[in-house]
Design a protein around this ligand. Structure first.
Ligand SMILES: NC(=O)c1ccc[n+]([C@@H]2O[C@H](COP(=O)([O-])OP(=O)(O)OC[C@H]3O[C@@H](n4cnc5c(N)ncnc54)[C@H](O)[C@@H]3O)[C@@H](O)[C@H]2O)c1
Length: 374
């Protein structure tokens, strides 16, 4: 892996992947904690924040050797192999592309970017640089989700038929006092893009590609520009149907996903993450699959999950020089669904997957606002 320069100009001798953090706010600590669980496979060599005092305090707190206020300087000095982008949403595309152009792989916090146009720009940068940009979708990386993915892929649960995908969370007025939140330009969306994205990504990853979405969105109670509730109905390519609810107005918070397949109902009921105990498998009374149920319920031991599971997977991909599992088309599926949901809600028309192309206002901006020159 690459070599960087220490503050005194000398080369340091990091053995594993040289990782850097950009944006040292709320979520950045989870990335450092995840990297520190990788044994000697990765080391955090630097952190960057436009707020220098915050970057310095973060480095002191986490024992990170060097802090920067300028990402270009950090990239030149440190030559990181991997950059974790943990800044507010509107900066993700530009920073991710800048890091790839400097020779680093990227793990970018959700939402990866603010439009299909930006997604295309990220994929263009991947092709041009030979580096990859993975989106944080940490819900795919727990034992429970991986176990269900394997069971669905094996076909033994039968075809998916119906599902529920519910993110009913609570964000009070204070939450929206942070200047970048609650606005299309900077948060890139509301309850759908900011909160429901985790469960919707897991739902679509497990249920399969989507074909059509119909939706409603509303701003019912918070003093924000973006939606605080969205409701959608989705038709999947395999013919299954799903119901999606995203809310930041729900005092009793819960994340609930339900998958009704021919042979079993599988559910996960939790809040910001899950353990094996949060998953349940049910079959009809007297079903011939009773012998299989105990095996289906036997989820492999938890190992690294959520951010740590995702980072471990990414390090494997870097080592083997293969595309990360939450990049490219695997990241696009969820972004395209969210784009379709917003378009369906704002136009009142169903939206088909693949129909939002260059020139469509929703290709350029999630709220369909006109862009000069298009
Ligand atoms: N995966 C999850 O579960 C999860 C949870 C919370 C937040 N997030 C996401 O993480 C991202 C950051 O959220 P947060 O709550 O940590 O935000 P935050 O506001 O607490 O921190 C963001 C930091 O980035 C810095 N920053 C802004 N622009 C920058 C730039 N161009 N270069 C360097 N630093 C810059 C800010 O000064 C700030 O310190 C968001 O996209 C959010 O949606 C993800």
């Amino acid at each position: 892996m690459g070599e960087g320069r220490a503050a005194d100009g000398s080369r340091d001798d990091v053995k594993g992947v040289r990782a850097a953090i950009v944006g040292t706010g709320n979520i950045a600590g989870a990335h450092v904690a995840a990297l520190r669980r990788m044994g000697g496979r990765a080391e955090v060599v630097a952190a960057v924040d436009v707020d220098g005092a915050r970057a310095g305090a973060f480095c002191s707190e986490h024992g990170i050797p060097r802090s920067y206020v300028d990402i270009a300087e950090m990239l030149a000095e440190e030559a990181p192999d991997l950059v974790h982008v943990c800044t507010p949403p509107q900066s993700h595309r530009a920073l991710s592309v800048q890091c790839m152009e400097a020779g680093a792989w990227v793990l970018c916090e959700k939402p990866l970017c603010g439009s299909l146009e930006e997604m295309d720009a990220i994929e263009d940068a991947e092709r041009a640089t030979g580096k990859f940009c993975a989106s944080v979708y940490q819900w795919r990386f727990g034992s429970g989700a991986r176990h269900l993915k394997a069971l669905i892929s094996s076909g033994e649960l039968g075809r998916p038929l119906a599902g529920l995908c519910q993110t009913t969370w609570y964000r009070d007025a204070d939450y929206y006092q942070v200047p970048w939140r609650g606005k299309w330009e900077t948060e890139l969306g509301g309850a759908t893009m900011g909160q429901g994205i985790h469960a919707m990504d897991l739902f679509l990853w497990l249920m399969g590609d989507w074909r059509e979405v119909r939706a409603m969105i509303g701003t019912l109670d918070r003093d924000i520009e973006v939606e605080d509730v969205s409701m959608a109905t989705v038709l999947l390519e395999n013919g299954a149907m799903g119901s999606v609810v995203n809310s930041v107005l729900s005092p009793r918070q819960r994340t609930h996903l339900r998958f009704d397949l021919q042979e079993a109902t599988v559910e996960v009921d939790s809040l910001y993450g899950y353990t094996n105990a949060d998953w349940s498998y049910s079959i009809p009374d007297g079903a011939s699959t009773a012998d299989s149920l105990a095996r289906w319920r036997k989820i492999p031991e938890e190992s690294l999950s959520m951010h740590a599971g995702q980072v471990a997977d990414l390090l494997d991909c870097m080592q083997e020089d293969r595309r990360p599992s939450t990049s490219g088309t695997e990241a696009r599926r969820t972004l395209e669904f969210i784009t379709g949901l917003y378009k369906a809600a704002m136009t009142g028309e169903p939206v088909l997957r693949g129909s939002i192309e260059k020139g469509d206002p929703f290709y350029h901006r999630l709220n369909g606002a006109p862009v000069e020159g298009t």
